[in-house]
Design a protein around this ligand. Structure first.
Ligand code: FAD
Length: 388
């Protein structure tokens, strides 16, 4: 049974819960805010299907390319590009599938600003799926829904974290010509509960409910991305990547990720997905002409199916094949998990006793250098004012 899997290794991919023929596996939130399977042992018939489909217990070797084609690309549609995390390639792939009466599966915010996957054939849902949400998404029943559509002969494009994509592939246990799997290079997923605390602290500060959230907003450019949060009272928070506390906790202190992300089993090549997407960090050094600071996607074409779908969107994007593939090695998260830190050992444990600002000051403070930089800037501004 799935309880054989050590808790620290469980990715929360929902594959076991989707597979259970008795529906006796529930995903239950733990005190850190992550979901784990819990078996109703009275209903369980010990078929062990949950164990057989778990992508960690049954890690499958992929037949996909060990040396995939690497492409720098972005959408020709400026609105899509600016609204996406990198170059908007996911949206272009999704549009192609939707235009041929297919379905797309991806992550959206729910009514509480938590994240879940949906399966849809509606173009108006694409805007909700677009953009990275850096917290763990709940798969819920989408693997069952995907299987139903695939069996009806519909094309499905599923995009998720590498562990979710591997989970779906194990769940189906069959190659479907009408399924395209898309993952991304993944730093790791954060606790929904700490994210809620962060949002609560902002709602308190701005005295209003949240209306919209955009991670990696490009108001100040792709390289200096910000977190943008809009409130119902019309106010707006835009926190630069070096000053926004949630991004500092995520990127500098590795403070909020799921335990399994610190020893991720789904790094490197070959990928189980047909297409892998990422931010093409470093493009400004390899080919500065391809960097307009509006976002450039790195696209890895891992299989024939991936190449075929990508060929169909070529008219709608700018794309350049990268010959010197060593450059994509610069994307560290492709190969290595992030390190477990002292902050991580405490912050999610103490989150139920301390408020967000106390946690921030104690475990993921703004780096001192930035504080000095900020003080200098404010001094400079004062001096300029006094001169006038
Ligand atoms: C948690 C997370 C960590 C990432 N880490 C890195 C990294 O370390 N290095 C790097 O280069 N790129 C990373 N990425 C990928 C990057 O942020 C872009 O998503 C990618 O470049 C695709 O961009 P796009 O402009 O083509 O499409 P976008 O529209 O930005 O991508 C949207 C796609 O991402 C999926 N998605 C969004 N949030 C989630 C979520 N929480 N869980 C599962 N799926 C989700 C959506 O379903 C959609 O299909 C990460 C993404 C996420 C969600």
């Amino acid at each position: 049974m799935i309880d054989k899997l050590e808790k620290s290794k469980c990715t929360g991919c929902y594959t076991c819960a989707n597979k259970c023929p008795q529906k006796c596996i529930k995903m239950v939130e733990d005190k850190e805010g992550f979901f784990y399977p819990e078996i109703d042992k009275e209903k369980c018939i010990k078929c062990n299907l949950c164990e057989k489909v778990c992508p960690v217990l049954q890690k499958k070797q992929s037949d996909n390319d060990k040396n995939p084609t690497v492409i720098a690309a972005w959408s020709k549609n400026n609105n899509i590009r600016l609204d996406s995390t990198s170059g908007g390639i996911f949206s272009e792939l999704a549009k192609e599938v939707l235009n041929t009466e297919g379905y797309i599966c991806g992550a959206i915010y729910d009514e509480n600003w938590m994240v879940k996957h949906i399966l849809t054939n509606k173009i108006e849902d694409l805007e909700k799926i677009r953009s990275s949400k850096y917290i763990q998404s709940r798969i819920e029943d989408t693997f069952l829904e995907i299987k139903e559509k695939l069996d009806e002969g519909k094309t499905v494009l599923m995009c998720g974290a590498p562990c979710q994509v591997e989970g779906l592939a194990n769940f189906l246990n069959k190659d479907y010509d009408n399924l395209i799997l898309c993952d991304f290079i993944c730093r790791g997923v954060n606790s929904p509960k700490i994210f809620r605390k962060y949002l609560d602290s902002l709602e308190k500060k701005y005295k209003s409910k949240i209306k919209a959230i955009k991670f990696k907003d490009k108001t100040y450019g792709w390289h200096s991305f910000s977190t943008r949060i809009e409130f119902e009272n019309g106010k707006k928070y835009i926190g630069n990547r070096y000053l926004d506390s949630f991004m500092i906790g995520y990127l500098k202190y590795n403070a909020f990720m799921r335990p399994s992300c610190y020893d991720c089993q789904f790094k490197g090549l070959p990928r189980r997905s047909d297409i892998t997407l990422a931010d093409f960090w470093g493009i400004e050094k390899i080919a500065p002409q391809l960097d307009e600071d509006k976002g450039t996607s790195m696209v890895l074409l891992n299989s024939e199916k991936g190449r075929n779908l990508f060929a169909k969107i070529k008219e709608n994007i700018n794309h350049y094949e990268i010959e010197d593939k060593d450059n994509f090695l610069q994307n560290k998260c492709m190969y290595d998990s992030v390190e477990m830190t002292e902050s991580r050992k405490h912050v999610l444990n103490e989150m139920n006793n301390l408020d967000y600002d106390e946690l921030r000051k104690k475990y993921f403070p703004e780096p001192k250098k930035l504080k000095i930089f900020r003080i200098n800037i404010s001094l400079l501004l004062k001096k300029i004012k006094n001169r006038k």
